[in-house]
Every structure is written in C-alpha cells, then in structure tokens.
Write a protein that binds this ligand. Structure first.
Ligand SMILES: [Zn+2]
Ligand SMILES: [Zn+2]
Length: 290
C-alpha cells in the first residue's frame, strides 16, 4: 500500500484512506484543528489545562494540542490527578511524565490523597466517586491557577456511549454537558473536548504514528463497555453516524435559564445542595488516621 497523499509506503488507514506516517499525523492534527475551529472550542490567547491520564486518548489530545497551540495561538499545560488506584495509578503517572517530557509540556501532579482519601478507599460506587473527584480537583486547580479552559480527552465513542446510557436512564439533559465547549460561569471553569469528533481507533493510530508512549492497561474499576460496543455496531452499519449525530447535538440550543446553584458550606465550590458531593465523599472515605 502506498500513501494516497505522497506515494511513500503507507503506515495505516485514516478515515478510509491509506497514509504514510507523516501524512497521517498531518491529517489527524488537521481534523482536530477543524473541530476546534468549527465549535470555536479554544480561542486565541487562552490558557488551556489538559487532563492527562496516560491513556491513548489523552496522549493524542495533548500531542495534537501542543502542535495546534502554536498554529492557533493558545497556551497548553497538562495535569495528572493521582487517584491512588494501586499499580494502575503508578503506571499512569510514569507514562504521563514521560509523555509531558517528550512533548515539552509543563505537567502539574495533584494527589487525591492530599484531600484525605484515595479511590482504593472507596467501596461501592467507585466510578461515580472517581469521576466526581476528577471534575472537582480539575476545576478547582484550573481556577486557582488562572487557566481559561480545561481540556479532557473524551472521544466520539465516549460521548455517544454516555448519551445513550443517559437517555436509557431517562436523563435527557446530559447532552448539554457533553458539548464540545461548555462555557464556564461563576466558579466553574470552561470545559472543552478537542477529540469530540475523533474515534478511539484514530487516536490510537495517531499516537502510534507519533511514537509516543501510552498506558495499555484498563483501569481495574473500568465500567462495562457495552454502550461503546453499540456505538461501534451502529457505525459499522451506518458509516458517518458518529460524526453526524455529534454535529447535530452540538447545534442544538437549549432554552431556559441556568440551573440554580449554591456554594458548598465546607469548601465553597458550586453545588446544588448545602454540602458538595466531593466534601461528602471526603467525609465518608477519609482515613481515620489523618
Ligand atoms: Zn504520505
Ligand atoms: Zn465542598
């Protein structure tokens, strides 16, 4: 196979066409750039804090943002949250440090343990406690350190799988929170999803083409992948389904005012009740000896 663009030996297929390593990198970064411009995700001069986990998606995001930061004109730093999930967290941190070093990006490391507990202390709803802790720490850290936006590596399948899962349980509002750019308000920092239109496979191929390390290990608490499998299944039968739905979702506008919010009695962050979920989790799981 030859590269369709330059005729050299092909490396892999990207969106139905074979490319050499260099042309594939160019195509991938171009696709991320188009999505950023299409949804006005990141604006010139903004300081972006990228959530890095060491997995292929977040590595692909950081690498492409690093390249595009120069082209579009924004700043990019990375953040790793050590959740204290045994061996998995240790490996994730090692890989993340290596990636940040190779890309010459500043990496902040924050430990959940410093707030009084780790994910290994959690019994029961591990994924929801973990998700809440990540959002909480990221938002607070980004705001306290003057970042304009937080970038997360959610890919197209993540967003669609979440949408289906939420629709199934009757939560139709969720799609609002899945937008490519969610404007911040009050103490909430703007959130962006640069890989909104990119698939897991595309992220993987790009990271391999770039020769970047990534963690090839699932979180031991990872939830079932059945909803993602459904997304793949539909895409197989209806090529283009993924991007089409995501673009329609992003176009839809919500009417009505913002939800009401309050400030947490303990930490002052935004919540809908008197004490935020994170502080309730800290109280529940905090180590007795601390
Ligand atoms: Zn080529
Ligand atoms: Zn709180």
């Amino acid at each position: 196979m030859k590269c369709k663009r330059c005729g050299r030996n092909a490396f892999e297929k990207f969106r139905g066409t074979y490319y050499c390593r260099e042309c594939l990198i160019t195509k991938y970064e171009g696709a991320v750039e188009s999505a950023i411009r299409r949804y006005r995700m990141i604006r010139k001069g903004e300081r972006v804090l990228t959530a890095l986990s060491g997995g292929k998606d977040s590595v692909a995001m950081l690498s492409s943002l690093r390249v595009l930061s120069k082209r579009i004109g924004f700043d990019v730093d990375a953040m790793f949250i050590d959740l204290g999930i045994g061996r998995y967290s240790r490996h994730s941190l090692e890989v993340s440090k290596k990636v940040a070093e190779m890309l010459d990006v500043r990496l902040h490391v924050v430990r959940l343990e410093d707030y009084g507990f780790t994910i290994d202390d959690v019994r029961g709803k591990v994924c929801s406690v973990c998700g809440n802790a990540k959002r909480y720490i990221m938002n607070r850290f980004a705001r306290e350190n003057g970042y304009d936006a937080i970038a997360t590596g959610h890919c197209a399948e993540d967003i669609l799988a979440n949408l289906f899962k939420n629709m199934y349980s009757g939560n139709m509002e969720w799609s609002e929170k899945q937008r490519p750019r969610m404007e911040g308000f009050d103490r909430i920092v703007t959130r962006v999803r640069p890989l909104y239109e990119m698939s897991e496979r595309e992220n993987m191929v790009y990271v391999l083409a770039k020769g970047l390390p990534f963690l090839n290990e699932e979180c031991p608490n990872a939830p079932s992948t059945k909803w993602k499998e459904i997304v793949y299944e539909i895409e197989r039968k209806v090529p283009g389904f993924r991007v089409s739905i995501l673009r329609n979702l992003a176009r839809e506008r919500r009417d009505g005012g913002d939800e009401e919010f309050r400030y947490c009695r303990i930490c002052g962050e935004i919540t809908t009740s008197s004490v935020c979920q994170f502080c309730r989790n800290v109280k529940k799981y905090a180590r007795k000896n601390q």
